[in-house]
Design a protein around this ligand. Sequence first.
Ligand code: GZL
Length: 306
Amino acid sequence: AGGDAGGTGEGPKPLDELVVGFSQVGAESGWRTANTTDIQGAFEDAGIELKFSDAQQKQENQIKAIRSYIQQQVDVIAFSPVVESGWDAVLNEAKAAGIPVVLTDRAVDSADDSLYVSFLGSDFVEEGKKAGEWVVEEYADADDVKIVQLEGTTGAAPAIDRAEGFADVIGADDKFEIVASQTGDFTRAGGKQVTEALLKSNPDIDLIYAHNDDMGLGAIEAIEAAGLTPGEDIKIVTVDAVKDGMQALADGKINFIVECSPLLGEQLVEIVTQINDGETPEKRIVTEETTFTQEQAVEALPDRQY
Ligand code: GZL
């Protein structure tokens, strides 16, 4: 597999000669494992070789994986950057090697957007706003609302943007107060530990806004361990809409979920084939996603793919 995919040199390669290197964040959440399964399945269906590495949520492992794909002269490199910053050096090495890079799921904050061909993933600010809009509606008649925020991985685009979108919306009314905000690193264990600690220091909170279902599920365990009823004594809003989150929503333990689709495999294959054919993919491709109330979760659960 030569360094230049389609665009220059000998023109489009047969798909069974294409090699793509993918660096995945890790396996920290239900969303992540669904994302991995979908991407691996899409490349298998397309008959395109996918070299895959799991970085255990460490940026240095992703940089090592990308360098290894450059050494192997893969045709395209794709990755979901665990955090936004610190990528320019390795992305310039890929550029110097003539290997196109595609971002999936999360963004990088590089000023130089020539370092990647396309960014495929959700609009996380929009997701935060959707969560905020539900809170404003839900507490329309309340005088003051105390909120705990469970943040995703520090420095990760979804954590930064979901906090920004949420704050934009609830910031319009000072009856909403985020009394504590801490990272649970997108994991169930992290969500449980942080909630246990924050319940002790903030016994009278009304709502938990968790940046993903897994931290919300951890919060449920902590709330129940404290003898309280999740979804009633303390309401919970999360993002993702993976099966376990949707089950908790249907069971009334979570109150609202903003969907973040992990099903990026087919669109990533499409981008890779466009690059191979010497075409220029869209620079920014935003995934389609919706929101779920408890009633909608009961309806949707039987058909959920992930
Ligand atoms: C969002 C993705 C986030 C999910 C979490 O696109 O990056 O990472 O919301 C996952 O569940 O850990």
